[in-house]
Design a protein around this ligand. Structure first.
Ligand code: PLP
Length: 447
């Protein structure tokens, strides 16, 4: 049998590519070949609506020629040189200065990486090294939360709070302790107490157990993404910050998803009005046009890191000039097109569309959002809030994509959306209608 070009691509993919989270028995492939705005096209010519911004990025949308032109020009001028030692490049310098201007005012220093996992490895090492340099080498413990996702390195991976990311990879990094996540919808987690009161008491208790003088940092996503867009109560982060300050423990915000306009501010730290010591970013910094990550680091931490022989870890691609030039062009678009305020207005519009389309369905427990991070939590029963059973052969997000071409994602019993910030009202309606068309036929048994 002769294969069509699209079938041939899928067959070659099956023969040669190891995909994350895809069993070897899986036949289906969706081979994307083009992107424009919020739309993608696959090798068979089928069109999709990208309501997840790839993996929570694509801030400015797909197919921006202006960014491609900048990458092209930069590759011709200087495609790469190292940023180790005294070497640097003009684009990395311009980007670092710009990020320092956008970030909370204590964060004036930038350490570049190629992505979020690398960033969290660097952040955890920085936290331990900061204490080491200050003569407090016993501070090695990292506090994290269940349902957190901090990437797939051994440091960030250990801080990740899902057993599935640890099974079979042991031993994970020692000296990591997980706390309860802030998830107000799941009142059962807090035994009837105010969620923040419960979580702060737990944090204080854990610090007493481990000993403050043994703890380097707490790492947390300001809004948990992979965990299902878990939005903490407004007083959670300010109160956590106060406790950590009292005990000399650093706060690392993992803003790999939440930075660069996703929540309507440059950083979620500004949304929650807290000043972390380190912010890890990636994804939206380039909208995915090239890999890049950037850690924003406080003056105080930087001062300790730069003593003696400096901070002894570097990546070959630290401060990559093409990625930095692309990031600058991406930030220009975010600014010029007012995408921060658009994230707020479109986020509210999309939330309203989801409420209209899905609010009456018995399997919809809660619809929540901050800016352009949205989740629809699925339950078998609204009263008991029992999570909707998931049938791996008929996962709602897969059915929605296959039947309607709208791409949403499954995250821990929630359907999550993180579309490009340029999404139109028409596209928002399309996403909500597509979700309804499948969820109205989904039974409380998950079929
Ligand atoms: N941190 C968070 C909060 C993330 O959501 C992700 C990826 O989704 C990462 C870290 C890992 O980033 P990367 O996949 O770029 O290594």
């Amino acid at each position: 049998m002769t294969l069509t070009p699209a079938q041939q691509l899928a067959a070659t993919d099956r023969a040669h590519i190891i995909h994350p989270y895809l069993p070897g028995t899986a036949e289906e492939r969706v081979v994307m070949t083009e992107g424009k705005g919020c739309r993608l096209t696959d090798a068979e010519g089928r069109s999709y609506l990208d309501a997840t911004g790839g993996l929570w990025l694509a801030q400015v949308g797909h197919g921006r020629k202006e960014i491609a032109d900048v990458a092209h020009a930069q590759m011709q001028q200087l495609e790469y040189f190292t940023s180790f030692w005294e070497f640097s490049n003009d684009k990395a310098i311009q980007l670092a200065e710009r990020l320092a201007t956008l970030a909370p005012d204590n964060l004036n220093h930038v350490y570049f990486t190629s992505g979020g996992s690398e960033g969290n490895e660097a952040a955890i090492k920085m936290a331990r090294y900061y204490h080491h340099r200050r003569g407090e080498g016993s501070r090695t413990w990292i506090l994290a939360r269940d349902k957190a996702y901090h990437g797939i390195g051994y440091g960030g991976g250990s801080a990740t709070g899902f057993p599935v990311y640890h099974e079979g990879f042991a031993p994970m990094m020692p000296h990591v302790s997980h706390l309860t996540p802030p998830w107000p919808y799941r009142t059962e987690l807090y035994g009837g107490a105010d969620p923040t009161d419960f979580l702060i008491a737990e944090l204080e208790g854990r610090i007493a157990e481990i000993g403050a003088s043994n703890i380097a940092a707490m790492i947390g996503e300001p809004i948990m993404g992979v965990g299902g867009m878990l939005v903490p109560p407004a007083d959670y982060w300010p109160r956590v910050r106060e406790v950590l300050d009292r005990h000399g423990i650093l706060l690392i915000f993992d803003e790999v998803v939440t930075a660069y306009g996703r929540v309507g501010e440059w950083f979620a730290a500004q949304h929650f009005d807290v000043k972390p010591d380190i912010i890890t970013t990636a994804k939206g910094i380039t909208s995915g046009y090239t890999p890049l990550g950037a850690l924003l680091v406080s003056d105080e931490v930087t001062e300790a890191l730069l003593q003696d022989h400096g901070f002894p870890m570097g990546y070959t691609y630290n401060g990559h000039p093409v990625a930095a030039a692309v990031a600058l062009a991406n930030l220009d678009i975010i600014e010029r097109e007012n995408l921060l305020s658009r994230a707020v207005t479109m986020g509210e519009y999309l939330h309203a569309q989801l409420t209209d389309a899905l609010g009456d369905l018995p399997i919809v427990g809660e619809i929540r959002s901050v800016g352009m991070m949205l989740a629809v939590e699925l339950v078998a029963d609204r009263e008991t809030r029992t999570p909707l059973p998931m049938n791996p052969a008929r996962m709602p997000h897969d059915v929605i994509r296959r039947e309607t071409g709208v791409i949403v994602r499954d995250s821990a019993h929630s359907l999550v959306l993180s579309p490009p910030l340029i999404m139109t009202e028409q596209e928002a309606k399309e996403a909500a209608t597509a979700m309804r068309s499948v969820l109205e036929r989904t039974t409380p048994a998950g079929d």
